[in-house]
Design a binder for this molecule. Structure first.
Ligand SMILES: CCCCCCCCCCCC/C=C/CC(=O)SCCNC(=O)CCNC(=O)[C@H](O)C(C)(C)COP(=O)(O)OP(=O)(O)OC[C@H]1O[C@@H](n2cnc3c(N)ncnc32)[C@H](O)[C@@H]1OP(=O)(O)O
Length: 289
Protein backbone atom coordinates (compact mmCIF):
# COMPACT_ATOMS: atom_id res chain seq x y z
CA UNK A 1 0.00 0.00 0.00
CA UNK A 2 2.73 2.43 1.06
CA UNK A 3 4.65 1.62 -2.10
CA UNK A 4 1.60 2.24 -4.28
CA UNK A 5 1.11 5.64 -2.66
CA UNK A 6 4.80 6.47 -3.17
CA UNK A 7 4.43 5.46 -6.80
CA UNK A 8 1.46 7.82 -7.33
CA UNK A 9 3.35 10.65 -5.64
CA UNK A 10 6.45 10.06 -7.74
CA UNK A 11 4.50 9.91 -11.00
CA UNK A 12 2.83 13.21 -10.10
CA UNK A 13 6.05 14.89 -8.94
CA UNK A 14 7.87 13.61 -12.01
CA UNK A 15 5.36 15.14 -14.40
CA UNK A 16 5.47 18.52 -12.63
CA UNK A 17 9.25 18.48 -12.81
CA UNK A 18 9.12 17.41 -16.44
CA UNK A 19 7.10 20.51 -17.35
CA UNK A 20 9.19 22.86 -15.22
CA UNK A 21 12.51 21.76 -16.67
CA UNK A 22 11.58 21.96 -20.35
CA UNK A 23 14.32 24.02 -22.00
CA UNK A 24 15.04 24.46 -25.72
CA UNK A 25 12.99 21.45 -26.70
CA UNK A 26 15.05 19.22 -24.38
CA UNK A 27 13.05 17.92 -21.44
CA UNK A 28 14.04 16.24 -18.25
CA UNK A 29 12.39 14.67 -15.29
CA UNK A 30 14.08 13.24 -12.29
CA UNK A 31 13.38 11.11 -9.30
CA UNK A 32 16.05 10.89 -6.67
CA UNK A 33 17.78 7.89 -8.21
CA UNK A 34 16.91 8.09 -11.90
CA UNK A 35 17.39 11.04 -14.22
CA UNK A 36 15.67 11.12 -17.60
CA UNK A 37 16.60 13.62 -20.29
CA UNK A 38 15.41 13.88 -23.83
CA UNK A 39 18.26 14.97 -26.03
CA UNK A 40 20.03 13.94 -29.20
CA UNK A 41 17.95 12.30 -31.93
CA UNK A 42 14.25 13.17 -31.75
CA UNK A 43 12.16 10.70 -29.82
CA UNK A 44 15.07 9.47 -27.68
CA UNK A 45 15.42 9.69 -23.91
CA UNK A 46 18.58 9.10 -21.93
CA UNK A 47 17.95 7.39 -18.63
CA UNK A 48 20.73 7.70 -16.07
CA UNK A 49 20.92 5.65 -12.91
CA UNK A 50 22.26 7.71 -10.02
CA UNK A 51 22.13 5.73 -6.83
CA UNK A 52 25.67 6.17 -5.45
CA UNK A 53 28.01 4.72 -4.59
CA UNK A 54 27.39 1.72 -6.88
CA UNK A 55 23.87 2.04 -8.38
CA UNK A 56 22.68 -0.96 -6.42
CA UNK A 57 19.05 -1.70 -7.20
CA UNK A 58 17.45 -0.97 -3.86
CA UNK A 59 13.67 -1.17 -3.54
CA UNK A 60 13.43 2.61 -3.91
CA UNK A 61 15.71 2.59 -6.94
CA UNK A 62 13.73 -0.23 -8.59
CA UNK A 63 10.48 1.62 -7.96
CA UNK A 64 11.77 4.89 -9.40
CA UNK A 65 13.25 3.06 -12.37
CA UNK A 66 9.97 1.29 -13.11
CA UNK A 67 7.98 4.51 -12.79
CA UNK A 68 10.34 6.40 -15.10
CA UNK A 69 10.04 3.64 -17.66
CA UNK A 70 6.26 3.66 -17.36
CA UNK A 71 6.21 7.42 -17.97
CA UNK A 72 8.36 7.03 -21.07
CA UNK A 73 6.21 4.17 -22.39
CA UNK A 74 3.16 6.42 -21.98
CA UNK A 75 4.81 9.29 -23.85
CA UNK A 76 4.07 8.52 -27.48
CA UNK A 77 6.79 10.95 -28.65
CA UNK A 78 9.50 8.70 -27.16
CA UNK A 79 10.63 5.79 -29.35
CA UNK A 80 13.97 4.90 -27.81
CA UNK A 81 15.85 4.97 -24.52
CA UNK A 82 19.58 4.95 -23.88
CA UNK A 83 20.23 3.39 -20.49
CA UNK A 84 23.40 4.46 -18.70
CA UNK A 85 24.88 5.46 -15.36
CA UNK A 86 25.82 8.67 -13.67
CA UNK A 87 28.05 6.88 -11.11
CA UNK A 88 31.68 6.98 -12.27
CA UNK A 89 33.03 3.56 -13.17
CA UNK A 90 29.85 1.68 -12.24
CA UNK A 91 26.95 0.82 -14.52
CA UNK A 92 25.14 -1.03 -11.73
CA UNK A 93 26.28 -3.34 -8.92
CA UNK A 94 23.04 -5.27 -9.42
CA UNK A 95 20.43 -6.11 -6.85
CA UNK A 96 20.95 -4.47 -3.51
CA UNK A 97 22.40 -7.12 -1.24
CA UNK A 98 21.05 -5.32 1.80
CA UNK A 99 17.51 -5.92 0.52
CA UNK A 100 18.23 -9.65 0.52
CA UNK A 101 20.11 -9.95 3.78
CA UNK A 102 18.81 -9.84 7.36
CA UNK A 103 15.22 -8.88 6.43
CA UNK A 104 11.94 -10.70 6.91
CA UNK A 105 10.09 -12.91 4.39
CA UNK A 106 7.48 -10.21 3.67
CA UNK A 107 10.26 -7.82 2.70
CA UNK A 108 11.93 -10.40 0.45
CA UNK A 109 8.60 -11.06 -1.28
CA UNK A 110 7.96 -7.35 -1.82
CA UNK A 111 11.47 -6.81 -3.11
CA UNK A 112 11.33 -9.72 -5.53
CA UNK A 113 7.94 -8.63 -6.88
CA UNK A 114 9.55 -5.31 -7.79
CA UNK A 115 12.56 -6.99 -9.38
CA UNK A 116 10.17 -9.05 -11.53
CA UNK A 117 8.15 -5.95 -12.41
CA UNK A 118 11.16 -3.98 -13.62
CA UNK A 119 12.47 -6.94 -15.60
CA UNK A 120 9.14 -7.56 -17.33
CA UNK A 121 8.80 -3.89 -18.24
CA UNK A 122 12.32 -3.60 -19.57
CA UNK A 123 12.42 -6.91 -21.40
CA UNK A 124 9.06 -6.44 -23.10
CA UNK A 125 9.34 -2.70 -23.73
CA UNK A 126 8.03 -1.53 -27.08
CA UNK A 127 10.72 1.14 -27.12
CA UNK A 128 14.19 0.62 -28.54
CA UNK A 129 16.55 0.15 -25.59
CA UNK A 130 20.28 0.67 -26.01
CA UNK A 131 22.61 0.36 -23.05
CA UNK A 132 25.72 2.50 -22.77
CA UNK A 133 27.64 0.39 -20.26
CA UNK A 134 30.05 2.83 -18.71
CA UNK A 135 31.24 0.78 -15.77
CA UNK A 136 31.10 -2.47 -13.82
CA UNK A 137 27.97 -4.46 -14.47
CA UNK A 138 27.71 -7.61 -12.33
CA UNK A 139 24.57 -9.75 -11.83
CA UNK A 140 21.48 -7.50 -11.80
CA UNK A 141 23.55 -4.84 -13.59
CA UNK A 142 24.19 -7.31 -16.38
CA UNK A 143 20.49 -8.22 -16.31
CA UNK A 144 19.56 -4.59 -17.04
CA UNK A 145 21.93 -4.54 -19.99
CA UNK A 146 20.69 -7.91 -21.29
CA UNK A 147 17.14 -6.52 -21.42
CA UNK A 148 18.27 -3.95 -23.97
CA UNK A 149 18.14 -4.43 -27.73
CA UNK A 150 21.78 -3.43 -28.14
CA UNK A 151 24.70 -3.13 -25.72
CA UNK A 152 27.68 -0.80 -26.12
CA UNK A 153 30.41 -1.20 -23.49
CA UNK A 154 33.34 1.02 -22.55
CA UNK A 155 36.72 -0.50 -23.32
CA UNK A 156 38.17 -0.45 -19.83
CA UNK A 157 39.52 -3.76 -18.50
CA UNK A 158 38.54 -2.70 -14.97
CA UNK A 159 34.89 -2.97 -15.96
CA UNK A 160 33.43 -6.45 -15.94
CA UNK A 161 30.01 -7.80 -16.81
CA UNK A 162 28.23 -11.10 -16.24
CA UNK A 163 25.84 -13.09 -14.09
CA UNK A 164 28.10 -13.86 -11.13
CA UNK A 165 25.41 -15.10 -8.71
CA UNK A 166 27.10 -18.46 -8.11
CA UNK A 167 30.13 -16.62 -6.64
CA UNK A 168 27.84 -15.20 -3.98
CA UNK A 169 26.48 -18.65 -3.11
CA UNK A 170 23.13 -17.82 -4.70
CA UNK A 171 21.49 -19.04 -7.89
CA UNK A 172 20.33 -16.96 -10.85
CA UNK A 173 16.59 -17.56 -11.23
CA UNK A 174 15.31 -19.31 -14.36
CA UNK A 175 14.33 -16.09 -16.13
CA UNK A 176 17.83 -14.59 -15.70
CA UNK A 177 19.15 -17.88 -17.11
CA UNK A 178 16.68 -17.89 -20.02
CA UNK A 179 17.68 -14.40 -21.05
CA UNK A 180 21.37 -15.33 -20.84
CA UNK A 181 20.77 -18.40 -23.01
CA UNK A 182 18.81 -16.26 -25.50
CA UNK A 183 21.73 -13.85 -25.70
CA UNK A 184 24.88 -16.00 -25.67
CA UNK A 185 23.61 -19.52 -26.35
CA UNK A 186 23.21 -22.56 -24.12
CA UNK A 187 26.80 -23.75 -23.81
CA UNK A 188 28.33 -20.33 -23.04
CA UNK A 189 25.51 -19.57 -20.59
CA UNK A 190 25.87 -22.94 -18.86
CA UNK A 191 29.57 -22.38 -18.31
CA UNK A 192 29.33 -18.69 -17.39
CA UNK A 193 26.47 -19.27 -14.93
CA UNK A 194 28.19 -22.13 -13.12
CA UNK A 195 31.47 -20.28 -12.87
CA UNK A 196 29.84 -16.91 -12.17
CA UNK A 197 32.06 -15.47 -14.88
CA UNK A 198 32.61 -11.72 -14.92
CA UNK A 199 33.79 -10.95 -18.45
CA UNK A 200 36.19 -8.18 -19.42
CA UNK A 201 34.83 -5.99 -22.24
CA UNK A 202 36.87 -7.91 -24.83
CA UNK A 203 35.65 -11.29 -23.53
CA UNK A 204 32.08 -10.03 -23.28
CA UNK A 205 32.23 -9.01 -26.93
CA UNK A 206 33.66 -12.37 -27.92
CA UNK A 207 30.88 -14.40 -26.27
CA UNK A 208 28.15 -11.93 -27.25
CA UNK A 209 27.23 -10.53 -23.83
CA UNK A 210 27.74 -7.11 -25.45
CA UNK A 211 27.43 -6.07 -29.08
CA UNK A 212 30.17 -3.49 -29.30
CA UNK A 213 33.16 -2.27 -27.27
CA UNK A 214 34.36 1.28 -27.85
CA UNK A 215 36.81 3.69 -26.20
CA UNK A 216 35.33 4.99 -22.98
CA UNK A 217 34.83 8.54 -24.24
CA UNK A 218 32.80 7.25 -27.19
CA UNK A 219 30.26 5.09 -25.36
CA UNK A 220 27.52 7.70 -25.45
CA UNK A 221 28.10 8.89 -29.00
CA UNK A 222 28.16 5.29 -30.20
CA UNK A 223 24.93 4.50 -28.33
CA UNK A 224 23.34 7.51 -30.04
CA UNK A 225 24.49 6.47 -33.50
CA UNK A 226 23.24 2.91 -32.90
CA UNK A 227 19.92 4.39 -31.81
CA UNK A 228 19.68 6.43 -35.01
CA UNK A 229 20.09 3.25 -37.03
CA UNK A 230 17.38 1.42 -35.07
CA UNK A 231 15.04 4.43 -35.31
CA UNK A 232 15.10 4.08 -39.08
CA UNK A 233 13.14 0.81 -38.82
CA UNK A 234 9.34 1.20 -38.79
CA UNK A 235 8.13 0.85 -35.20
CA UNK A 236 5.32 -1.59 -35.91
CA UNK A 237 7.48 -4.17 -37.68
CA UNK A 238 10.33 -3.85 -35.19
CA UNK A 239 7.99 -4.12 -32.21
CA UNK A 240 6.16 -7.16 -33.59
CA UNK A 241 9.51 -8.83 -34.29
CA UNK A 242 10.80 -8.04 -30.79
CA UNK A 243 7.62 -9.39 -29.28
CA UNK A 244 7.91 -12.58 -31.33
CA UNK A 245 11.49 -13.08 -30.11
CA UNK A 246 10.87 -12.32 -26.40
CA UNK A 247 7.28 -13.28 -25.61
CA UNK A 248 7.87 -16.91 -24.67
CA UNK A 249 10.63 -15.96 -22.21
CA UNK A 250 8.53 -13.25 -20.58
CA UNK A 251 5.43 -15.46 -20.51
CA UNK A 252 7.23 -18.19 -18.64
CA UNK A 253 7.72 -15.80 -15.73
CA UNK A 254 4.27 -14.19 -16.07
CA UNK A 255 2.68 -17.66 -15.75
CA UNK A 256 4.41 -18.32 -12.44
CA UNK A 257 5.12 -15.00 -10.81
CA UNK A 258 3.68 -15.97 -7.43
CA UNK A 259 5.52 -19.29 -7.32
CA UNK A 260 8.73 -17.50 -8.30
CA UNK A 261 8.27 -15.02 -5.45
CA UNK A 262 7.75 -17.88 -3.04
CA UNK A 263 10.81 -19.74 -4.34
CA UNK A 264 12.93 -16.64 -3.93
CA UNK A 265 11.61 -15.92 -0.45
CA UNK A 266 12.18 -19.40 0.87
CA UNK A 267 15.59 -19.69 -0.84
CA UNK A 268 16.92 -16.36 0.39
CA UNK A 269 15.56 -16.90 3.92
CA UNK A 270 17.61 -20.10 4.38
CA UNK A 271 20.29 -19.83 7.05
CA UNK A 272 22.92 -21.22 4.67
CA UNK A 273 22.10 -18.59 2.02
CA UNK A 274 22.07 -15.77 4.55
CA UNK A 275 25.45 -17.00 5.75
CA UNK A 276 26.83 -16.92 2.20
CA UNK A 277 25.54 -13.38 1.70
CA UNK A 278 27.05 -12.34 5.02
CA UNK A 279 30.43 -13.69 3.97
CA UNK A 280 30.20 -11.96 0.59
CA UNK A 281 29.31 -8.62 2.19
CA UNK A 282 32.23 -9.00 4.59
CA UNK A 283 34.52 -9.70 1.64
CA UNK A 284 33.34 -6.52 -0.06
CA UNK A 285 34.09 -4.56 3.13
CA UNK A 286 37.53 -6.14 3.58
CA UNK A 287 38.46 -5.29 -0.01
CA UNK A 288 38.70 -1.68 1.17
CA UNK A 289 41.48 -2.74 3.54
C1 LIG B 1 16.66 -25.02 -8.20
C2 LIG B 1 16.48 -24.16 -6.99
C3 LIG B 1 16.84 -22.77 -7.26
C4 LIG B 1 16.00 -21.82 -6.50
C5 LIG B 1 16.29 -20.43 -6.95
C6 LIG B 1 15.40 -19.48 -6.34
C7 LIG B 1 15.72 -18.11 -6.78
C8 LIG B 1 16.75 -17.45 -5.92
C9 LIG B 1 17.27 -16.31 -6.61
C10 LIG B 1 18.30 -15.53 -5.84
C11 LIG B 1 19.00 -14.71 -6.85
C12 LIG B 1 19.12 -13.30 -6.45
C13 LIG B 1 19.78 -12.58 -7.57
C14 LIG B 1 20.67 -11.65 -7.35
C15 LIG B 1 21.27 -10.86 -8.43
C16 LIG B 1 22.18 -9.77 -7.95
O1 LIG B 1 22.26 -8.76 -8.59
S1 LIG B 1 23.05 -9.99 -6.52
C17 LIG B 1 24.18 -8.64 -6.43
C18 LIG B 1 25.46 -9.02 -7.08
N1 LIG B 1 26.35 -7.91 -7.12
C19 LIG B 1 27.66 -8.04 -6.94
O2 LIG B 1 28.18 -9.12 -6.77
C20 LIG B 1 28.45 -6.77 -6.95
C21 LIG B 1 29.18 -6.58 -5.69
N2 LIG B 1 29.94 -5.33 -5.73
C22 LIG B 1 31.13 -5.22 -6.34
O3 LIG B 1 31.66 -6.12 -6.93
C23 LIG B 1 31.78 -3.89 -6.24
O4 LIG B 1 31.16 -3.16 -5.22
C24 LIG B 1 31.73 -3.05 -7.54
C25 LIG B 1 32.64 -3.69 -8.60
C26 LIG B 1 30.31 -2.94 -8.08
C27 LIG B 1 32.26 -1.62 -7.24
O5 LIG B 1 33.52 -1.70 -6.63
P1 LIG B 1 34.09 -0.43 -5.86
O6 LIG B 1 33.94 0.77 -6.71
O7 LIG B 1 35.47 -0.81 -5.41
O8 LIG B 1 33.10 -0.21 -4.63
P2 LIG B 1 33.04 -1.05 -3.25
O9 LIG B 1 33.98 -0.44 -2.28
O10 LIG B 1 33.19 -2.50 -3.53
O11 LIG B 1 31.52 -0.81 -2.83
C28 LIG B 1 31.09 0.44 -2.30
C29 LIG B 1 30.00 0.18 -1.30
O12 LIG B 1 28.88 -0.39 -1.99
C30 LIG B 1 28.52 -1.62 -1.37
N3 LIG B 1 27.96 -2.51 -2.42
C31 LIG B 1 28.58 -2.97 -3.50
N4 LIG B 1 27.75 -3.73 -4.22
C32 LIG B 1 26.57 -3.75 -3.58
C33 LIG B 1 25.31 -4.38 -3.83
N5 LIG B 1 25.09 -5.14 -4.91
N6 LIG B 1 24.35 -4.19 -2.93
C34 LIG B 1 24.53 -3.44 -1.83
N7 LIG B 1 25.71 -2.81 -1.54
C35 LIG B 1 26.71 -2.98 -2.41
C36 LIG B 1 29.81 -2.13 -0.78
O13 LIG B 1 29.57 -3.09 0.21
C37 LIG B 1 30.40 -0.85 -0.25
O14 LIG B 1 29.71 -0.55 0.95
P3 LIG B 1 30.44 0.16 2.16
O15 LIG B 1 30.93 1.47 1.64
O16 LIG B 1 31.56 -0.75 2.58
O17 LIG B 1 29.39 0.29 3.22
Amino acid sequence: MALAAARRLLLHAGSRLGRREAVDGARRFANKRVLVETEGPAGVAVMKLRNPPVNSLSLECLTEFTISLEKLENDKSIRGVILTSECPGIFSAGLDLLEMYGRNPAHYAEYWKNVQELWLRLYTSNMILVSAINGASPAGGCLLALCCDYRVMADNPKYTIGLNESLLGIVAPFWFKDMYVNTIGHREAERALQLGTLFSPAEALKVGVVDEVVPEDQVHSKARSVMTKWLAIPDHSRQLTKNMMRKATADSLIKQREADIQNFTSFISKDSIQKSLHMYLEKLKQKKG
